[in-house]
Write a protein that binds this ligand. Structure first.
Ligand code: AGP
Length: 605
């Protein structure tokens, strides 16, 4: 949840570090800092708030030096202030860290007894003390290795040393760290996105690895201090496209490009001439799959919940969806004939990654559905299905959610066809319908102004409910999450049929309630649930493809989505909910791309 960067170069690095930190700010934005070696001394500068604040400080006190490290923070230990900001430095070492050191209290006591004092409340500062102490009696490699061995928990580290003023050290366990190769300069960063403006040649550390960057070379070591080689990936130039263009913020860009991204994704998997889905070589023969489990967090979990309905509908396979932070600690019966699917936009979410590792350790076949193909989850999965959504910068996930659902739907139809659970005619029709999704999304996107008018109903609400049945239920969950994380208004996604079992007590005069009511087999039942809400004063925003005037005199507002095959309504129901959350947050002057307390990639548990 933090972002780290390190550079060793033949020229001053502070401007490049600041530029990289700005690209990493989506990972955390409580505080920021930089350390360089200037005139043979460690020069640490840091502040609370955004990278812009750090830039102002550097403008007053320029930080020279041709090697350095930088950090943007999402607070785990210690409030977000200047003292707790990274880097954390001693006279001879400076450290930036992403992750959680679980034995930091014990280590702090141990090093206090050795005479070390601590200025901050962070877990990271113990690493500085340990490196400083080991440097007194070990060479560099052993100093690094002994420190890493004593640490428990997760880390991606960037370290510079006063007495080794030609190198930067990186290390990884559980939190991602990329290595970039330049001309007479080399880089480390929390992800390749931060390094793309400086290089397109990237390697990735695996858990236990550490590296030593010089400006002319990079040395990699494994957890046994053995020198190793690392594959170098060449990133495509298209991956560099991550700017807002004419949009006010990344989120509005990413919502509005969903017809384009879904078209790109479908084209990647569909042979249009044969109307065939090109997904082959699953790690388990589709005919032999006994159970599918879908594992993820947050919005990605909602795409899994959606896929559960599709897999139940179109295959004879037993299916479960699970929240990764729960699954990873449960004593689940892991069966080698089960297929486990891990969904993650960033591919770095700690809970999802840990759940994947648990499956790998038990010889379970795994499939990763990610947006970042070089991510940890992608590299650990037996089989990867990218969603091709392009970099998603807004912390609230939008185009990635739609992309996850597209890939899960494609995978479901392919497995179903391979097993003979649906006949070829039905398969062909479903694939033809799927191909219409981008244009249907485009049509829905064109109506965003209709949703803007209703946003005002929500800004002073003390809470709200999002209701849906069947395929609409996962989308109700996702819509509620969007409103929560963008506008900070409490919202609950609920199965419409469950309201009478308690939550109906929440409904009182003026409460806004979103009801997803497409004209599917649940329509009449959902209308009844809606009437129960209206009868108690609820102000209903109805989202439907029904063109009749059903209930129109009693509902507050109706948003019309285009008519389509009911199994793919979910893609269209999602769009107005994204816009609703966006416009409510705008009215409340919330930070659209960087909501409070959150970060884009949750790489700590
Ligand atoms: C989505 O809007 C949230 N920002 C969050 O729930 C996110 O979906 C979750 O943290 C999972 O992230 P991932 O897809 O990168 O694994």
């Amino acid at each position: 949840m933090c972002g780290i960067v390190g550079i060793v170069s033949n020229k001053s690095v502070s401007a490049s570090i600041i530029r990289a930190l700005k690209k990493l700010e989506y990972r955390g934005y409580d505080s920021a800092g930089i350390s360089t070696i200037t005139n043979g001394e460690i020069n640490e500068q840091k502040c609370s708030g955004r990278v812009d604040n750090l830039e102002k400080i550097l403008f007053q006190n320029p930080s020279s030096g041709d090697l350095g490290i930088g950090h943007v923070r999402w607070a785990t230990h210690g409030i977000p202030n200047q003292v707790n900001a990274h880097p954390h430095s001693s006279e001879v070492v400076s450290v930036v860290h992403n992750g959680i050191i679980e034995n930091s209290d014990k280590l702090r006591k141990e090093y206090e007894q050795k005479g070390y004092s601590f200025k901050s409340q962070t877990d990271t500062e113990v690493i500085t003390a340990m490196l400083t102490d080991f440097l007194k009696k070990e060479d560099l490699i052993n100093c690094i290795h002994k420190t890493l061995e004593k640490l428990e928990g997760s880390f991606a580290l960037g370290v510079i040393f006063k007495n080794f003023n030609n190198l930067v050290v990186g290390a990884r366990r559980g939190s991602p760290l990329a290595v970039g190769f330049g001309h007479d300069e080399n880089f480390i960063g929390s992800d390749s996105y931060a390094l793309k403006s400086m290089t397109n040649k990237i390697s990735y550390l695996d858990d236990g690895d550490f590296c030593i960057l010089y400006k002319e070379k990079v040395e990699f070591y494994n957890s046994d201090k053995k020198k190793i080689n690392k594959e170098i990936f060449e990133l495509s130039s298209e991956d560099n496209i991550a700017d807002k263009g004419d949009y006010k913020d990344f989120m509005s860009k990413e919502i509005n490009e969903q017809s384009t991204t879904t078209k790109k994704c479908i084209n990647e998997y569909l042979d249009k001439s044969r109307n065939e889905i090109n997904i082959f070589n699953l790690p388990i023969n589709p005919k032999k799959i006994k159970k599918i489990r879908l594992i993820a967090c947050g919005t990605a979990y909602h795409s899994c919940l959606m896929a559960k309905y599709w897999i139940e509908e179109f295959t004879s396979i037993d299916v479960e969806s699970d929240i990764a932070s729960e699954f990873r600690y449960r004593k689940v019966k892991l069966d080698p004939s089960d297929l486990y699917i891990f969904v993650s936009q960033s591919g770095e979410t700690a809970d999802t990654y840990a759940a994947l590792k648990k499956c790998k350790e038990n010889k379970i076949k795994t499939c990763g559905i990610v947006n970042v193909v070089e991510s940890s989850i992608a590299r650990l999965s037996d089989f990867v299905l990218p969603i091709h959504a392009g970099p998603e910068i807004g912390v609230a996930s939008t185009k990635a959610f739609i992309g996850q659902m597209i890939v899960l739907y494609l995978l479901t139809l392919k497995i179903s066809k391979e097993r003979g659970d649906i006949n070829l005619d039905e398969y062909a029709k479903l694939v033809l319908d799927l191909r219409k999704i981008p244009s249907l999304i485009e049509e829905t996107l064109s109506k965003q102004k209709d949703i803007q008018v209703i946003a005002r109903d929500f800004i002073n609400a003390k809470g709200t409910m999002y209701l849906g049945r069947g395929y609409s239920y996962p989308i109700a969950m996702e819509g509620a999450l969007k409103l929560k994380e963008l506008s900070y208004i409490h919202a609950e996604g609920y199965a419409a049929g469950e309201m009478k079992h308690g939550p109906l007590a929440l409904i009182e005069d003026g409460i806004p309630v979103v009801v997803l009511a497409p004209k599917d087999r649940f329509f009449e039942k959902t209308i009844s649930n809606m009437q129960e809400v209206i009868a108690r004063g609820g102000k209903v925003l109805m989202i439907t493809d029904d063109t009749s005037e059903t209930m129109s005199e009693n509902i507050r507002f109706k948003f019309q989505i285009p008519k389509t095959n009911s199994t793919i309504n979910s893609f269209l129901l999602t769009i107005p909910l994204q816009f609703l959350a966006y416009h409510v947050a705008l009215l409340k002057n919330c930070d659209i791309d960087k909501p409070r307390n959150l970060a884009k990639s949750v790489t700590v548990e």
